[in-house]
Write a protein that binds this ligand. Structure first.
Ligand code: URA
Length: 244
């Protein structure tokens, strides 16, 4: 924790993620427009590129469904064969606020729904305290399948699953993302900085304001951190109310 990645390791990680992304894009029938003749400079594609956008797919719901269908009975990493249910995510496909957690636990694995165990009940309370309903936001995880014994996600599992999260975010197009815990923050921000240093201020994920905060499971063990989470979610609400 805290140490920056070695440049070679970082480059290898980037190449692996890009390769996975390209493979998923192929499965989704998404053209590699950043390499096409229309874009000879080869600039990186915008996160809101049309192929899976609301306009092209007939709505956020079908864009999300396309991502879910592309995952199918996923076996891109060993977790697919070990879990009972793939936990894709749930909520409003047009949510302004997206919560991204780490990975399903036992309750989520049994029900196929994110954040339904003890940590999930606390997350629901946080959402309600923000003046929102759970159905109004969207909730998903970095990993869609439960790691055995709730162990931490492995780098290869994150690499295999991340392209689907990227496409989910593109389909939903939230105004704000809240990264719950260090795995979500590190994966989305490509940072290794500790969550204590990342939380409390907005970062950007593909131009979308992203607030990292403590994971609700951490709050269950460290009630003293609730105050900081409350500050973080208040900042999110302020941002969401701006420009209303
Ligand atoms: N913890 C997570 O990170 N995600 C869930 O869905 C449940 C617990």
């Amino acid at each position: 924790m805290g140490a920056e990645l070695e440049p070679r390791e970082e480059l290898l990680g980037l190449v692996r993620s890009l390769t996975e992304q390209i493979r998923v894009d192929r499965e989704l029938g998404k053209p590699l427009s950043h390499l096409s003749r229309e874009n000879p400079g080869g600039a990186a594609p915008s996160v809101f590129e049309p192929a899976l956008s609301a306009e092209a797919s007939g709505g956020e719901t079908s864009a999300l469904e396309a991502v879910r269908e592309a995952m199918a009975d996923c076996r891109r990493c060993p977790l697919g064969a070990l879990c009972h249910n793939l936990v894709f995510g749930e909520g409003n496909p047009r949510a302004e606020l997206l919560f991204v957690g780490e990975a399903p636990g036992a309750d989520e694995d049994a029900q196929g729904r994110p954040f339904v165990g003890r940590a999930g009940q606390l997350l629901t309370k946080i959402i309600v305290a923000m003046g929102l309903k759970r159905e109004e936001v969207y909730i998903c995880n970095i990993l869609k399948c439960r790691p055995p014994g709730n162990r931490n996600p492995l780098p290869d599992e994150i690499t295999a699953c991340e392209p689907f999260l990227i496409r989910q975010i593109e389909a939903i197009r939230p105004r704000v993302i809240c990264a719950l815990g260090s795995f979500a923050a590190h994966t989305l921000l490509k940072s290794e900085a500790p969550i204590t240093a990342l939380r409390g201020r907005f970062h950007a994920y593909q131009g979308i304001p992203l607030m990292p905060t403590y994971h609700p499971a951490y709050l269950l063990r460290n009630a003293g951190a609730k105050k900081q989470v409350w500050e973080d979610v208040q900042a999110i609400m302020k941002r969401l109310h701006e420009g209303e």
